[in-house]
Design a protein around this ligand. Structure first.
Ligand SMILES: *[C@@H]1O[C@H](CO)[C@@H](O)[C@H](O)[C@H]1NC(C)=O
Ligand SMILES: *[C@@H]1O[C@H](CO)[C@@H](O)[C@H](O)[C@H]1NC(C)=O
Length: 344
């Protein structure tokens, strides 16, 4: 099991004696659609394409005051059937020499069975004596910036050029991971990791930029560490579970020298119209039923088995899909990426 190896890596890195439990589970594709209820609520279409997983109440508006995800959803594409949250990221495209674009397929992370989508992590506090406070209904947050075209400070969003198998170590965006897309062939595809903050202001379930109500720890943990470790700043004193996304892009069909640009550059482009990779981002809208997430965190559940939670089979989770609202061609060889006339 790769995630065990991964947990072990954290143990070594942080010198802890007890094991660090982390929930890690698959969420199959719900839909690929040009909607963004967090940054562009009500916009049909939103500026760029996303791949979305989780509860099927996902839609363009999701008013935090009235849209109750567990009540409005009839299924979820995630393993834990009480999790009607929504999780989404940008989508990757391949640009051919003739300038046309093709959507890069996704595949499931090692050890899991899913139809593409996102592998989701919830990591409780490193310290087994303290607990984290689960999110409240209406809670949402964003990591990354779709308009970013330079390194910036978004060190929690990164890519890894994956070997054929067996490399799930260090999901902390440290070397060899990069903010830019890998520059060479990746025999195991490209992994994109997005790590959310672990400190909350204790009051606001959202903020204007969808970021400032949460913060990364101010001390006790390096900027690149994973897990709810470190000291929360006074402004954001409440420890929340660390949410993390792992997304696998199957770039293997494009590993052909004759398909890549003749100038030696790499051919992948995010659906934001970004050819370098800085603009990948992750959005989260909390939607766990009742106190299920709090119970799972208190029980320090590990992997995709948790005695506190109801589980559905991957086959059942894969059945939860919904039709795209925005009717446009997102596959085939496209003359432009949906909504993005220009690549920068
Ligand atoms: C989204 O879902 C809510 C709850 O079902 C509904 O009230 C709202 O009209 C929907 N919005 C859109 C844009 O479909
Ligand atoms: C563009 O290139 C791709 C990949 O080589 C090819 O499959 C496609 O047919 C080409 N499209 C045109 C219009 O030439």
């Amino acid at each position: 099991m790769q995630w065990k190896a991964l947990a072990l890596t954290f143990l070594v890195k942080h010198g802890l004696s007890q094991s660090l439990p982390m929930m890690r589970f698959g969420c199959s594709q719900l839909v690929v659609d040009r909607l963004d209820p967090l940054v562009n609520p009500g916009s049909i279409p939103s500026p760029h394409l996303h791949q979305i997983v989780g509860g099927n109440s996902f839609n363009a508006s999701m008013d935090p005051l009235t849209h109750d995800l567990p009540t409005e959803s009839t299924c979820t594409s995630c393993t834990f059937s009480e999790d009607f949250s929504n999780y989404w990221t940008a989508v990757l495209y391949f640009r051919a020499r003739n300038g046309t674009f093709k959507r890069v397929p996704q595949f499931e992370s090692e050890g899991l069975k899913a139809n593409g989508g996102i592998t989701v992590y919830y990591i409780p506090s490193y310290d087994s004596r303290s607990t984290v406070t689960a999110f409240k209904p209406g809670f949402r947050m964003l990591v990354g910036d779709a308009s970013l075209r330079t390194p910036g400070t978004a060190r929690k969003v990164c890519h890894r050029c994956m070997p054929a198998s067996g490399d799930n170590s260090n999901l902390n965006c440290a070397s060899p991971d990069t903010q830019t897309l890998p520059t060479g062939f990746c025999v195991g595809g490209i992994r994109s990791v997005i790590t959310f903050p672990t400190c909350w202001d204790g009051k606001n379930t959202d903020s204007v930029d969808h970021m400032s109500h949460v913060a990364y720890p101010s001390s006790g943990a390096s900027d690149t560490s994973v897990g709810a470790s470190g000291t929360c700043p006074d402004s954001h004193p409440v420890k929340i579970p660390q949410v993390m996304f792992e997304v696998m892009w199957d770039t293997r069909p494009f590993n052909d020298k004759d398909l890549w640009p003749e100038d030696g550059s790499q051919p992948f482009v995010w659906s934001t119209g970004d050819k370098d990779g800085y603009s990948q981002h992750g959005d989260y809208v909390f939607g766990w039923e009742g106190d299920s997430l709090q119970r799972a965190m208190n029980a320090r559940c590990n992997g995709d088995v948790c005695s506190e939670l109801k589980v559905q089979s991957p086959e059942e989770a894969m059945k939860c899909t919904k039709p795209a609202v925005v009717k446009e061609n997102i596959d085939g060889w496209l003359t432009e990426i949906p909504g993005m006339a220009v690549v920068t």
